[in-house]
Design a protein around this ligand. Sequence first.
Ligand code: ASP
Length: 342
Amino acid sequence: MRKKSSVLLIYTGGTIGMMQDAKSGELKPFDFKSLSKQIPELHKFDIDLSAIAFEEPIDSSNMNPDIWIELVQIIQKNYNKHDGFVILHGSDTMSYTASALSFMLENLNKPVVLTGSQLPIGIIRTDGKENLITAIEIAGAKEKGESIIREVCVYFEYKLYRGNRTFKYNSAHFDAFKSPNYPALAEAGVNIHYNKNARLKPTKKALISHTKLDNDITVLKLFPGISKKITSAILNTPGIKAVILETFGAGNASTDAWFTDELKKAIAKGIIILNITQCAEGSVIQGMYETSAHLKKIGVVSGADLTFESAVTKLMFVLGQKLTHQKTIALLQKNLRGELSN
Ligand code: ASP
């Protein structure tokens, strides 16, 4: 007889499990028991479902690296007991968590699917039911005894994406996520169609969970008219190890001497400057224009087509490894979990 798949549901909070506060009208997270009561379908699955719920579910705007570590530890501890994992999470920072987990879980060979919803589960028009039910199905899906998906994903509104390629682009539509630089891994209609060629390759290596993150990073988002005072203040933030430079178009920035000098001074101090584009789609190509050639020359690191969310979490992960400066830069530019196009 075919063995049933086993999926572990990890409930962190988010709109899916929220209820309106009777007095203030604000949406606040409620406990997992109340959530599961709203979805009797959970008991009809041909999948063994277990659940772990955060004692105090959170709105995902309160997400932080300590909770990512907690999630990684939960997955590591339960890795051999289950075929897949579903993380119920607020949509606001879901792409950050998905990106962080992708880096922290090395040699992942099982699905970790993050999902949530735009409307609470108790609302008749909720998108939460479909999202949760299909996410569980994907997390339990196997072919010839092997999980079909073996990476950290986001499932939302009929699409399964590689988590570290996503960002939340819409706060009003059910279709809240986009993955502009990488195709969907699956699409759910009457059947679930997997885009098998887009998946990460399986691995036989044992799971390594990384639990060291370094958040001494900041962001310098360029805009025409940005002052020397602001640029300098950001680049001279005490204790900073890396700065994400959000540039224009294909990685372009001002060629004003004062701007280049500020960057040069930061680089000379050993600060890593990682260039990513403000465009939602496309890639940094340093040297394509004169307005990016100077960045390449002074040692700005190209973030290629990393999303902002992936840039933040990859930096935290790579800096957490405490490698030499050279190795840190090499690792940043290496495609680790499918977050970069080669
Ligand atoms: N504020 C909510 C959260 O991220 C929004 C959502 O879940 O969609 O927790």
